[in-house]
Write a protein that binds this ligand. Structure first.
Ligand SMILES: Cc1ncc(COP(=O)(O)O)c(C=O)c1O
Length: 496
């Protein structure tokens, strides 16, 4: 029997919503809610068009959409029926999920692999910052995402997405989108004196993946690895979770202290350093220390990870060229990220490897997750090639320098005697030093009670901490948020 469809109300207010979609949606909802029985015949397109006072083509388009999605069956114009099996039924799994019994709550001991059990026991950082609160003062490591030129980014994205070339839609090169590798190689040569050809650049989903790949390709369980102390937790965790034995090495005013490292353990197979801006202390490794570290690596046949995570943000003094640029023997693995220059959620970064390691790293990448999203890589290529990347960095450098100045001035006014916050020539955060014998963990907890995030320096250390400090990110905060944060921090520290 043919049905009247009396309740389709075309809504003028929804004029931005095409008529055919309004009709489609009304019929779809009727089918889903059971108002239309399975296999019921729908009115002809002509009669429904008359009933609704719209063109027949509008109804044809609505029916075709419903046909394409499987809500109705038949041929337009030759009888159209409600489908007996709806797409929702095909897409949903059964809802009889077995409940865990109380007894099964304790996981049987054999259910995780040795590695899984080990990971479960470790202190690997899994926290994320996926809420607005994460942009509160003084969250560390976040760029000013609200200043990113999304108008340009979306224009470039639309250009690719409107007519994406077929070859960008299949499986790509595990090493990354070739034009992006070429752009990055050129950028790194010019701005960081990195010596590399495009094929040495492996595109990764952020520095974290580079660190994980390096650990898996170059380390065996129980290999000794020197890490700066204090150290970037992402690196510490990646190396630790590969089973390496971490050896903490102090950092002084010249950077990573090689002599101290050799005193602690001679047979390190790899060292992790942040020479351009030690994380989190902000020290730049001197040229003499860099040359000594390279010399040691050549002699020992060991590897150096150079994490150059935010070298773009230098406000004073001349930057030193990358450590990789001084390496003639191919011992350095250079890690870069777009998390600080674009935004962390993009998950794109690069790993520059010596020529003879290109294939093994591409294989490791393919094994992990094949490759990064090709269209994102294509958009980023255009962003770099058309000069937007360099312009954005220049603008952010000016903005961040200003934000640092505001933080230092506010700290001088409000935090005197509570926290000493010296300025820095580079970076995206400052380290505030607490008076002797004040616990930074307690200070951080007090700050949290005043809704301020101030990570204690001890959270980055393995075993050495001469004095307590708080790590204060400022780049994602405007002047008002910085001043407000400093006032709250002053209260938090005063009431400790
Ligand atoms: C020292 C260091 N390396 C790397 C990164 C960036 O990591 P990713 O590229 O995985 O976002 C950060 C971010 O905070 C960092 O502080």
């Amino acid at each position: 029997m043919m049905t009247e469809i009396p309740f389709i109300m075309l809504d003028d207010k929804k004029s931005h919503f095409p008529l055919y979609l309004q009709i489609y949606e009304a019929i779809r909802l009727s089918v889903l809610s059971g108002n239309f029985d399975s296999q019921m015949r729908l009115p002809s397109t002509r009669s429904l068009a008359q009933q609704l006072g719209v063109s027949r083509m509008t109804v044809v388009n609505a029916y075709e959409q419903l046909l394409a999605e499987g809500y109705i069956k038949g041929k337009t114009g030759a009888g159209t029926y409600v489908a007996s099996v709806l797409p929702e039924q095909l897409l949903q799994t059964c809802d009889t999920v077995p409940q865990r019994s109380a007894a099964s709550h304790a996981r049987p001991p054999h259910s995780l692999s040795k590695r899984g059990k080990w990971l479960e026991r470790t202190y690997v950082t899994t926290s994320c910052t996926e809420d607005d609160k994460s942009f509160q003062a003084f969250q560390n490591g976040l760029p000013a995402v609200d200043k990113f030129p999304f108008d340009i980014w979306s224009r470039l994205a639309t250009r690719w997405l409107r007519h994406p070339p077929r070859e960008l839609l299949g499986y790509g090169d595990p090493g990354g989108f070739r034009p992006l590798r070429a752009s990055i190689a050129q950028y790194l040569k010019a701005s960081r004196a990195v010596r590399c050809e495009p094929e040495q650049v492996i595109i990764v989903s952020g520095a974290q993946q580079a660190l994980d790949l390096i650990a898996r390709v170059l380390l065996d369980a129980d290999d000794a690895v020197w890490v700066e102390d204090p150290c970037y937790p992402g690196a510490r965790d990646a190396l630790h979770s590969a089973g390496a034995k971490l050896v903490s090495v102090p950092v002084d005013g010249d950077g990573f202290d090689l002599a101290a490292a050799l005193r602690r353990r001679k047979d390190a197979r790899l060292v992790y350093v942040t020479p351009s801006h030690q994380y989190p202390l902000g020290v730049t490794m001197t040229l003499a220390r860099r040359l000594a570290l390279l010399e040691w690596a050549n002699r020992a046949g060991a590897w150096i990870i150079e994490d150059d995570y935010n070298s773009e943000y230098r406000y004073a003094g001349r930057p030193l060229a990358s450590l990789q640029g001084l390496d003639v023997e191919g011992r350095v693995l250079y890690v870069g990220t777009f998390s600080k220059t674009i935004f962390p959620a993009l998950r794109l970064g690069c790993l520059v490897v010596p020529p003879d390691l290109v294939d093994v790293f591409a294989a490791a990448r393919a094994m992990t997750d094949r490759h990064s999203a090709t269209l994102d890589q294509a958009i980023l290529t255009d962003f770099i090639e058309e000069g937007h990347f360099a312009r954005h960095i220049r603008r952010m450098r000016v903005l961040y320098e200003e934000r640092q100045r505001i933080l230092v001035a506010a700290a001088e006014r409000e935090l005197s005697g509570l926290l000493d916050v010296p300025p820095a020539e580079a970076g995206m955060h400052l380290v505030g030093w607490l008076p002797e014998n004040v616990s930074d963990k307690a200070a951080s907890e007090s700050a949290a009670r005043h809704r301020v995030k101030a990570t204690p320096l001890s959270a980055y250390t393995l075993d050495l901490l001469p004095r307590g400090g708080l790590v204060l990110g400022y780049t994602s905060l405007n002047a008002r948020q910085i001043k407000d944060g400093v006032r709250k921090l002053a209260k938090a520290l005063a009431t400790m």
